[in-house]
Design a protein around this ligand. Structure first.
Ligand SMILES: *[C@@H]1O[C@H](CO)[C@@H](O)[C@H](O)[C@H]1NC(C)=O
Ligand SMILES: *[C@@H]1O[C@H](CO)[C@@H](O)[C@H](O)[C@H]1NC(C)=O
Ligand SMILES: *[C@@H]1O[C@H](CO)[C@@H](O)[C@H](O)[C@H]1NC(C)=O
Ligand SMILES: *[C@@H]1O[C@H](CO)[C@@H](O)[C@H](O)[C@H]1NC(C)=O
Ligand SMILES: *[C@@H]1O[C@H](CO)[C@@H](O)[C@H](O)[C@H]1NC(C)=O
Length: 443
């Protein structure tokens, strides 16, 4: 028996040094259903993280070295398989924020030819993701500033900063540049559109505009840091669907954009317990950027957190209502790996923000509405505490979050610190308190 296990392991090792074709992909290519795929090579981010020369750098010098070294490492390992793909007349797009290649034009015979290559890689279908959509609500109580900002004690923080100097990167369906709350004064100029190549930011779906309004909209008390600026990448199309290629293109854009964002707001996700975006996120973290993700709208059951929000190296945000209860839809932890998630909660039900016109607003609910409150709060924090690290940001909010009571069902998702601790799988460390995180007097 032991011998048998040993021989299976040995076979596994032998196989891993040759190319592998995912069987599901092969079946679809054979049937003519799919003609593109991802070639995934061994991860390179570990070599970045263990590179002492690179890690000893800081600021701009570190980010330039990071971008160059990522490209060197990725393109070196990719060169031979790329040459073979080109020889097969396949269209090729190389990435570096993750060690992957997009190939287009596959047929059964071309796929088989690629698979014969003697390198360590897998050819598989692209991962896809979609926006954690907002749901329109019938709530109609408008106050300025909006209730979500009041709840997080944002107006008190405005006494010391309105987010001057902070830049937030938005990976979403686009942003409505023509909206009066989002226009020329708050757009920092950088935009990439992998889907439609528009010259300037647009947003047909409206999701990205609603989110960006909450992050920093300048009218009607909707935006948390109204003096912050945004840049954006359309990683999700007009239907709210994104691909591994479009989202990786956005990841690379965020690393090289001018200005480079301090915070990246992501309100999209896929299934749970999936780590395909981990390399891209690690690159952002190494570049000193703070990734914020919504935890998903698959609640209220335990273990309903979505990826990449369930990843250890992001700040994942759940949603609360005006009455301080947890929103029904908000995904709960723990993750498949036993992590407590979300990390924090922020207002996400009945949120008033920008529409797709030039001066229109609507109420929506979703963890997509909670995450931008967190992104905006971090923008205020970083405006006041320049160059603060991810851990400083995380701890400032964790140490000051407001412990809200949760129901028995939510307690049953696990209380890692015991029933006297506030840390739980419905609201993480609690509802964020921006004034307290900025060390203003307590409310
Ligand atoms: C923040 O970092 C930049 C670039 O490394 C540096 O020029 C600046 O002085 C730093 N600011 C503070 C307040 O430490
Ligand atoms: C480590 O980083 C430095 C500085 O970016 C780079 O010149 C060097 O090639 C890197 N070494 C490896 C093994 O990637
Ligand atoms: C409307 O909002 C105000 C200010 O937040 C609050 O005091 C009031 O109770 C709200 N009214 C309703 C009907 O929710
Ligand atoms: C911000 O992130 C949240 C949560 O991931 C998401 O729902 C929202 O759409 C994002 N907003 C933008 C403008 O990207
Ligand atoms: C908290 O846990 C302790 C020890 O497990 C238990 O005795 C106590 O009844 C619990 N309290 C509540 C309010 O559930």
């Amino acid at each position: 028996m032991e011998l048998k296990i040993f021989s299976i392991l040995a076979l596994g090792v032998a196989l891993s040094s040759a190319g592998r074709i995912d069987l599901g992909l092969k079946r679809k290519v054979d049937m003519g259903l799919v003609a593109e795929a991802i070639i995934e090579l061994p991860q390179i981010i570990g070599q970045i993280q263990s590179n002492k020369t690179l890690q000893a750098l800081s600021g701009e010098a570190k980010v330039s070295a990071l971008v160059i070294t990522l490209k060197d490492l990725a393109f070196t390992t990719q060169s031979s398989i790329v040459a073979q793909a080109v020889a097969q007349d396949l269209e090729v797009k190389q990435f570096r924020a993750a060690n992957i290649i997009l190939v287009k034009g596959l047929t059964t015979s071309k796929l088989a030819a690629l698979g014969k290559s003697e390198h360590d890689f897998i050819i598989r279908e692209q991962h896809v993701a979609s926006v954690d959509g907002g749901m329109a609500t019938s709530y109609q109580n408008i106050s300025t500033p909006q209730w979500g900002l009041a709840k997080m004690r944002v107006p008190e923080a405005w006494e010391i900063t309105r987010g001057e100097g902070s830049v937030i990167g938005v990976i979403d369906t686009g942003v409505n540049l023509d909206h009066v709350a989002l226009g020329v004064n708050s757009f920092a100029g950088a935009w990439l559109d992998p889907f439609y190549q528009t010259e300037k930011p647009t947003d047909k779906d409206g999701h990205g505009s609603h989110v960006t309004g909450t992050i920093l909209g300048r009218e009607n008390g909707i935006g948390v840091p109204p003096a912050a600026k945004w840049i954006a990448c359309r990683g999700l199309d007009h239907h709210g669907i994104g691909s591994e290629a479009s989202l990786t293109e956005c990841a690379e854009f965020m690393l090289t954009a001018k200005p480079r964002p301090h915070i990246i707001n992501n309100s999209w996700g896929g299934r749970s317990n999936s780590d395909w975006y981990q390399q891209q996120i690690s690159a952002w973290r190494d570049a000193g950027m703070v990734p914020v993700f919504s935890i998903g709208n698959s609640g209220p059951g335990c273990e309903s957190a979505k990826s990449p929000g369930d990843n250890f190296n992001v700040i994942a945000v759940g949603s609360t209502k005006e009455d301080d209860t947890v929103s029904h839809f908000s995904s709960r932890g723990p993750t498949a790996n036993g992590l407590v998630k979300p990390d924090f909660a922020a207002p996400g039900s009945d949120i008033y923000s920008c529409g797709t016109g030039s001066d229109d607003y609507l109420f929506e609910s979703g963890t997509s509405m909670a995450a931008p409150h967190m992104s905006g709060a971090i923008a205020l924090y970083l405006s006041h505490n320049k160059n603060a690290t991810f851990n400083m940001v995380y701890n400032a909010f964790a140490d000051t979050a407001v412990c809200l009571p949760i129901g028995e069902e939510d307690e049953s998702c696990g209380l890692p610190g015991g029933n006297t601790s506030c840390h739980n799988n419905a609201i993480g460390w609690g509802l964020i308190d921006v004034a307290a995180a900025l060390k203003l007097r307590s409310g």
